[in-house]
Write a protein that binds this ligand. Sequence first.
Ligand SMILES: [Zn+2]
Length: 383
Amino acid sequence: MKKKKISLFLFIDAFGWEVKQRHPDFLNDLIEDSKPLETILGYSSACDPSIISGLTPAEHKLWSSYFYDPEGSPFKWTRPLQILPDFIFRRGRIRHHLSKWIKKRCGFTGYFQLYAVPFKHLHLFNYAEQKRIWNPGGLPQGETIFDLMSEKDIPYYAHDSAYPDDVRIDNLKKHLEQQTIDFAYCSLGKLDGLMHAVGNDHPDIDELMKWYDEKLRVLITTAEENYEEVNWYLFTDHGMHNITQAYDLIPDIEALGLEWDEDYIAFYDSTMARFWFKNDNARDSISKLLEKHAKGRILSDDELKKYGVFFEDGQYGELIFLMQSGMQIAPSFMGVNPCKGMHGFDPTDPDSLASLSSNRPIPESITKIQNIHQLMLNELHLN
Ligand SMILES: [Zn+2]
């Protein structure tokens, strides 16, 4: 016997509107309605919590991964390890194991990566996504759809990030066959990883979209065999730009002759540099340099407010410098080498746009990625 209804929220990381336009065959006969969605300035660490809560990063307090917080840093215990030579920490495999070990030692359940943060600076920073956001209580501030569902005892499936995409899809399929859930949220990461490596228009992407097409058709058919009503939404958090140039911003800052941790602290993301100042001289000279810097621009408070990423207390930086679209900071604290594709540029660029498709009509009011939360509430009759 079929169960009454299932709502499937299927998330393909970086399946932006422009990428979708280049793959018109993807699930085409099954899609009833689709539209571009405005993204949020930043990375998945900012977008994903917004999708599941309906809140902006300023409201749920998760934006970039790392922020300056020497007192609250969970990494203070790493200080004695600084005596080890630097090259050890630069090796990819060592960093991978180190990430796993630090995650365990700090008790983090969220997505954690050491990336290329200089080990000697780690004790100055705190890490934002310490908890698994797909679990109830996952946000520093505010509630997610998972908080609501656990309060209401609604049985749901949420992907486990430890597994690859095919296992995540298979696990969801099993739940559908056993009719154990009313709601599913399944995030798939392969496309994002591929486009970081090859750019946003490489032939390999066609192959992967065909693979997703097949897998998702089987999944949807399984849902239809087991539920009378199947509503599915396929969406993403952001698009992908091709990288046109790598730029090493760090020497420009260092050439000012300011003292790290005496005058200023910086965190270099892939597309943004964020600064905290210890004195006015440091603030003035870094501001002056970046105001006329050809490779990017300082974001005004108004702009940050418009994007929902203005933090009154400067948690994620007192000055935010955004690179020109297509230009990646490399090396940065997120990676030594540039990628072929990157996101986290100006959210108003066509390549930044997210996408939403469904087998149901999409309400007019859904225009931003955080509005997907409203769709979830609608599906569960929780509004
Ligand atoms: Zn990515």
